[in-house]
Design a protein. Sequence first.
Length: 256
Amino acid sequence: MGEGIAAEEIARVRGWIRAARKVVALTGAGISTESGIPDFRGPQGLWTRNPEAEKMATLRHYLSDPELRKRAWRSRIETFLRDVEPNAGHRALAELERRGHLHTLITQNVDGLHHRAGNSSQRVVEIHGTMREVMCMSCGARWPMEHATERVRVGEDDPHCLRCGGILKSATISFGQSLVPEDLARAEEAARTCDLLLAIGTSLSVYPVAAVVPLARESGARIAIVNEGPTEMDHLAHAILRGRIGEILPQLVPED
């Protein structure tokens, strides 16, 4: 059990999930760290250890600097998540969906692990996109990431779109790039109409997606936060479960 969490508190939130008409989950980097994926800004975060990685994630730099793109592609070859597996936290959310408890899963993560764990594309809103696909910045064509990484492996240092010659980029939302309006609207509608929102593995400091928490609260939903450390919206929570996400979430799945 998560350190310092009373069995009664686990049981209380599990009861909320069982009784809820519409459960929405919001996940952040913290749910994937137990799969070996570093967060971005923590002490061992990707951008903390490699400040250039943040520059690679900034759209204007990526589009204007061919040398930066070449380094970005080499980095993708080294870090592509093909062999990373979902952990117990991901699998618990997939089980919640399988049992009919989870209506919508909004994720800030781009690793695709919710899909690999078994959550359906119809339920998941990848608000920051996905690094498992590559897209053309000119014509919008999309392919699996392997379409580009295999070309890099055989000698292309800055692969371009085979349809129009445009610049290719991972299908993630970079700094300076707008969120997909339909995804944001879907997330907001899910928050507005749920009666329980689970905020999992996120500091709730990244906007606009973090705003779904106060939106859900104002709409009458209960808020339960599952995270290893404090968040910026702890004051809005009806329950806070502090500890390892992969240990806590499986205990929240109701026994049907």
